[in-house]
Design a protein around this ligand. Structure first.
Ligand code: NAD
Length: 473
């Protein structure tokens, strides 16, 4: 695809421009959707088994290209190379999981009446518009392509303007392994391209991942055509540590839950809740770790925390840290930032706040940066009250050795995913969606089969004269 307009990609560690990418024009978008419609009709003619084979071939090729994807992602997002390597190594498994489902979709027969043959079939929606953010672009591209096409749909995917490189490369690899024209297409550009996708007459389903306020705009716009949307939005997840937990493990997890990916994770355990009996000691141990974090060049193997992906996000994190200070929270620890050639990079210091209260901005808003707020609670009831005092409901962590308490907390927390004695374990087989402002439409495992397909019923009269139960007119 050729386009007159381009956007410049910057290196997050230094802020320097290093590549430019064409931006999809409105006219090109129409061509993409027309091609997607034709691609859908062609894809329908291919059996599930053949679709699965193509996806398995894609997975094998992604295994071979794992290092290349890790390098592109690290450069484009500024994430530490050891993180992008781990992520790139997981993606072929994701593709294989969905490849396995491609020939296992089926309906049921329903014994309504012996004089009728009644059955259902599961059908794909058709053309799916996937719109994704910049925080884990390769994983999102893979998760938008593999299950969507395995279920018989085709996809038009828009990565975030700042991080299109792995998605563009993935679309090339899809073509290389033989996935037909029009089945996987990537378009580029900012929110206006996304907005045009949402209202495009050829769009049958919108899969959106991003900021909750954008999700609301998209839901309103899609409503004009009654186009269904699935919304994976942000979070402000509580991570609750009881005194009877394995505190060493809980400490490691608390660090990873907020500071890996520079905190740019929807699942970040950004509200840490500590039982009052362990609070001071736990915070002191966390502070020691945060003060020693190596923040720096993502391409350096020793770097633990890289820059933000975008300058805009970095400025937002810095503003939120300042707002925490202005509102009277205590900075319990803060990492040092790199200087030299990295001085203009998109860095904000990993920070822990204590003495926080529920009305502070740093507690109410999703920061999407390496900032942890720490609460103290006295008993289970208070822990639950603090945990649920948020408009979001994406995920939660609970650390305890008391089995009954673990179940009680899992039952009481208003969120779509609960982790007990672990954190941020994401698996393609396991469903989870948001509650409240974290969105709707669960994805993962068999839930995905339902969300990416729809059920059609067929009722066949086996004898003449069976207009059941209806008076003749
Ligand atoms: P964003 O909403 O600004 O952008 C996300 C995508 O939407 C981008 O591709 C953008 O170009 C596009 N977009 C922007 N305006 C649009 C519009 N009006 N119509 C259509 N598309 C539009 O979000 P972001 O800042 O890129 O990402 C961060 C957010 O994503 C955070 O809130 C984070 O929690 C959330 N997120 C959620 C999940 C999840 O699984 N629940 C995962 C990762 C990130």
């Amino acid at each position: 695809m050729t386009s007159a307009k381009t956007s410049t990609i910057h290196r997050p560690s230094t802020g320097e421009p290093y590549e430019s990418v064409p931006v999809t024009s409105p006219q090109e978008l129409d061509e993409v959707f027309a091609k997607a419609r034709r691609g859908f009709l062609a894809w329908k003619q291919i059996s599930g088994t053949e679709k699965g084979k193509l996806l398995f071939r894609l997975a094998n090729r992604l295994d071979e290209l794992s290092e290349e994807f890790a390098q592109i992602e690290a450069r484009n997002t500024g994430k530490a190379i050891r993180e992008t390597r781990a992520e790139a190594a997981r993606m072929p498994g994701t593709v294989r999981y969905w490849a396995g489902w491609a020939d296992k979709l089926h309906g049921t027969t329903i014994p309504v009446d012996p004089h009728f043959h009644t059955y259902t079939v599961r059908e794909p929606y058709g053309v799916v518009a996937g719109i994704v953010p910049w925080n884990v672009p390769y994983a999102f591209a893979t998760r938008r392509i593999a299950p969507v096409i395995a279920m018989g749909n085709v996809v038009v995917l828009k990565p975030a303007e700042e991080t299109p490189l792995t998605a563009l490369r993935l679309a090339e690899v899809c073509r290389e392994v033989g996935i037909p024209e029009g089945v996987v297409q990537v378009v580029t550009g900012s929110g206006s391209v996304g907005a045009a996708m949402v209202t495009h007459p050829e769009t049958d389903l919108v899969l959106f991942t991003g900021f909750h306020e954008t999700g609301k705009i998209i839901a309103r716009a899609a409503a004009d055509n009654l186009t269904p949307t699935i919304q994976e939005l942000g979070g402000k997840s509580p991570n609750i540590v009881f005194a009877d937990a394995n505190l060493d493990e809980a400490l490691d997890a608390a660090m990873v839950s907020v500071f890996s990916s520079t905190g740019q994770m929807c699942f970040a355990g950004s509200r840490l809740l500590l039982h009052e009996s362990i609070h001071d000691d736990f915070v002191a141990r966390l502070a020691e770790r945060v003060n020693a974090l190596k923040v720096g060049d993502p391409e350096d193997e020793n770097t633990q925390v890289g820059p933000h992906v975008t300058r805009r996000q970095c400025e937002k994190t810095l503003a939120m840290i300042q707002s925490g200070i202005d509102e009277g929270a205590t900075v319990a620890a803060q990492s040092k930032l790199p200087g030299g050639v990295l001085a203009n990079g998109y860095f904000a210091p990993p920070t822990i706040f204590t003495n926080v209260s529920s009305d502070m901005e740093i507690v109410r808003k999703e920061i999407f940066g390496p900032v942890m707020t720490v609460f103290k609670f006295k008993d289970d009831a208070e822990a639950l009250e603090i945990a649920n005092d948020t408009s979001f409901g994406l995920a939660a962590g609970v650390w305890t050795s008391d089995l009954s308490r673990a179940h009680r907390m899992a039952q009481g927390i208003h969120a779509g995913r609960i982790w007990v004695n672990t954190y941020r374990i994401i698996n393609d087989m396991v469903p989870g969606g948001g509650y409240g402002e974290s969105g709707y439409g669960a994805e993962g495992g068999t839930e995905t089969l339902s969300s990416l397909t729809r059920s059609k019923s067929v009722q066949i009269a086996l004898n003449a004269g069976l207009i059941a139960g209806q008076p003749r007119i």
